[in-house]
Design a protein around this ligand. Structure first.
Ligand SMILES: C[S@@+](CC[C@H](N)C(=O)[O-])C[C@H]1O[C@@H](n2cnc3c(N)ncnc32)[C@H](O)[C@@H]1O
Length: 256
């Protein structure tokens, strides 16, 4: 039997266990945060095509939480064996299995760990090379990352300060295949003018603007000296609370 990942069969009682992972989150907030976001992204049709046309392509979701976006990708045609989710908290990954009742049948690869930590790069590389489970491998192989054609990163970058965002962007850039069309895409808080935003709903955060975000990728992650050029698209939208500080950048970075 093929992989079965149950996006459309959520066990509401299982999902309500979210309070044991993050007690401060209300059930309403949890439901809002845990709706699939990938499919609303303008790059999504192209991302789906890549999964269908390139059967060596892997897709990584960073800060995947309960794995809702990955299950959406699997439901829409990406082979689950070529989907990898990384989250700091094993508890979110376990909650995903519980709420979607698919631990025994879902072939998406989930890895618990800190994306900022070098220890995580090798397991991701191993998974993306041949799809085998990290638990079956020794940790001696070199990092191989050239099959990661897509990286999604939603509601994540704004968790880091300015220096941390640059470091994270460089890290994701180094994991991405340099084949034309390979894409990093996502959405997070932004401002018309880059800088610190204080007392937002999620605390004090550093926000890029569409222009500083574009420069970060084109000049600092993939500078001319890298020999790789990227197209950066940023759509600037009102956020859920429609305030100056509550705007969202929906963006993608694509290898030209
Ligand atoms: C705001 S949630 C976003 C979840 C999901 N991407 C979404 O859009 O609904 C951020 C997630 O990133 C995870 N996280 C935070 N820091 C991380 C890190 N350094 N490495 C991996 N995951 C991290 C958290 O555990 C949490 O599940």
């Amino acid at each position: 039997m093929g992989s079965r990942c149950n996006l459309n069969d959520m066990d509401a009682n299982g999902a309500k266990d979210h309070s044991s992972v993050q007690p401060s989150l209300s059930w309403r907030e949890f439901q809002f945060q845990h709706k699939a976001q990938v499919s609303k992204h303008p790059a999504y049709p192209r991302i789906l095509q890549m999964g269908l046309l390139d059967d060596t392509a892997f897709h990584l979701d960073v800060g995947c939480s309960t794995g809702t976006d990955l299950r959406k990708l699997a439901g829409d045609g990406w082979s689950a064996e070529r989907l990898i989710g990384v989250d700091l908290e094993q508890a979110w990954i376990d909650l995903g299995y519980k709420q979607y009742r698919d631990r025994a049948t879902c072939d998406i690869k989930f890895v618990a760990g800190d994306i900022c930590h070098d220890d995580l790069l090798q397991p991701i590389g191993q998974l993306a090379r041949d799809g085998s489970n990290i638990l079956d491998k020794t940790a001696s192989d070199d990092l191989v990352h050239s099959n990661v054609r897509c990286i999604s990163v939603f509601s994540f970058f704004h968790l880091f300060d300015e220096a941390g965002q640059l470091e994270l962007a460089r890290r994701l850039g180094s994991l991405l295949s340099n084949k034309p069309g390979s894409t990093i895409y996502g959405a997070h808080r932004g401002r018309a003018t880059a800088g610190r935003a204080e007392k937002t709903r999620i605390g004090d955060i550093y926000c890029h603007s569409p222009s500083s975000w574009t420069s970060l990728w084109q000049e600092r992650v993939f500078p001319e000296s890298s020999g790789i050029s990227v197209q950066v698209d940023v759509d600037f939208r009102d956020g859920p609370e429609d305030k100056d500080i509550d705007r969202v950048m929906v963006w993608s970075v694509t290898i030209a």
